[in-house]
Design a protein around this ligand. Structure first.
Ligand code: FAD
Length: 394
């Protein structure tokens, strides 16, 4: 991959900058209350609709399914430029745009693509992910939510957990067990569940920062049409691997760029607290974190360019996620050192952050990076077995 902009890429960057400069001042302010989910949905989908009108929705999705079909370099320019000016992030559109949609675009039938993908791109539908269960997280293939075929429907009963954004979702990418007698990876099916179907009950779960980011999802005799099955019956594990390759592949890249702003802000806080001048170890640690983020950005470019060649992202995303989690932990620990007593409370009580960022909340949030989209230990297993060729876990 050539890291300098070609004339066409420079033009793409220029047009994007012009559009962002025009559109950002016209956006409403983001909702104040992080627990006001309808307002959060409206804000995130409003941004998605703007992207769609301007031809930037589904930046890396294939043109045949309504995406922009951007090259890897253009996708990274898009992420860089939107992050540079603090444009909204994908928010509630995370699952639809970053992994359910791309899975359907890769594995779905033409009819399924035509039905589900355009409303995601237009910002009309929010999707959630119903994979994890109380006894099936890392060992996802042990999932027990049962789907029994009845005519043209599957009748689904079970219990999902950690379903992010479920309370404002229209559809759920759902893994169910269709053959309880088959070996565990072979009896699973990937379904699309409309969230207004009778028999679905949601119970919000609160996180450490006081926000109900996810729900427990109880399913009791939920009828899902067979036409909503993506891939074959009992072939859902293969489809789920496609989902994971997108989820772990590039879905966290914008975060990396956002973290650069966090670093710049922490430096300003360290300067205003006097520790920047007085404590060489703070300067050294911030430089190390900066270098690690630069390396991860280079790794991202490599991963995205490989994904373009091979059709779906590979296990490079696991390396990225492991490294990124490590760096965010390091940065969070440094932030607490720099903040001193102010690090004991949320909400920046001393008003120390010039950019209004909450470094304590960010430190707490970083804890979830070792769990979400597959835990750090599971990513290590993947890297060990699939990249390094080490013996398989028994
Ligand atoms: C912010 C966030 C958002 C999420 N959103 C969703 C969502 O929208 N939809 C969804 O379905 N799920 C979601 N999840 C759930 C997530 O996928 C699971 O939490 C994750 O897969 C881990 O499963 P678990 O919590 O059951 O932990 P467990 O699997 O019980 O793991 C417990 C501990 O044991 C370790 N461990 C387990 N097996 C092994 C092994 N073989 N080798 C070494 N160590 C092992 C783990 O690494 C971990 O430290 C979300 C999680 C978070 C944190």
């Amino acid at each position: 991959m050539n890291l300098a902009d070609t004339p066409a890429e420079a033009q793409f960057r220029k047009e994007l900058r012009t559009w962002l400069a025009e559109v950002l001042p016209t956006l409403p302010p983001p909702p104040d209350d992080p627990n006001d989910w309808p307002a959060r949905r409206a804000y995130d989908m409003g941004w998605q609709a703007r992207l769609h009108e301007a031809g930037y929705a589904g930046i890396a999705w294939p043109v045949e399914v309504g995406g922009r079909g951007a090259t890897p370099a253009e996708e990274l320019i898009f992420l860089e430029e939107t992050e540079r000016v603090g444009a909204p992030y994908v928010g509630c559109g995370f699952v639809g745009n970053l992994h359910a949609g791309p899975t359907i675009a890769t594995v779905g039938t033409d009819e399924q693509k035509a039905r589900w993908l355009p409303p995601i791109l237009r910002g009309e539908n929010v999707w959630c992910q119903g994979f994890s269960e109380p006894d099936a997280g890392s060992d996802l293939a042990s999932l027990r939510t049962r789907a029994v075929r009845d005519g043209d429907d599957y009748v689904v009963t079970g219990h999902k957990i950690w379903t992010s954004h479920a309370q404002v979702s229209d559809f759920c990418e759902l893994l169910v067990r269709t053959d309880p007698d088959a070996p565990k990876h072979r009896g699973i099916t990937w379904l699309v569940m409309p969230m207004d179907t009778p028999g679905i009950e949601l119970q919000p779960l609160q996180t450490l920062t006081g926000v109900s980011d996810f729900c427990e999802t109880f399913l009791d005799g939920v009828r899902i049409p067979v036409a909503n099955r993506v891939g074959d019956e009992n072939d859902g594990w293969r489809v789920a691997m496609v989902t994971f390759s997108f989820e772990r592949g590039t879905a966290f890249v914008s975060e990396l760029l956002g973290t650069r702003r966090l670093v710049a802000d922490l430096r300003a806080v360290a300067e205003s607290h006097g520790v920047w001048a007085s404590d060489v170890s703070v300067r050294r640690e911030l430089a190390t974190v900066t270098a690690e983020l630069d390396a991860q950005w280079a790794l991202t470019k490599r991963n995205v360019s490989k994904a373009q060649r091979e059709g779906t992202p590979g296990v490079g995303g696991s390396v990225f996620k492991l490294a990124y989690h490590h760096t965010r932990t390091r940065l969070g620990e440094l932030a607490l050192r720099v903040l001193g007593r102010a690090g004991l409370a949320l909400d920046d009580p001393l008003g120390v952050s010039p950019a209004g960022l909450d470094h304590v909340e960010q430190r707490l949030y970083a804890l979830s990076l070792s769990i979400a989209a597959g835990t750090a230990q599971i990513q290590r297993n993947i890297v060990g077995e699939r990249l390094l060729g080490l013996p398989k876990e028994r």
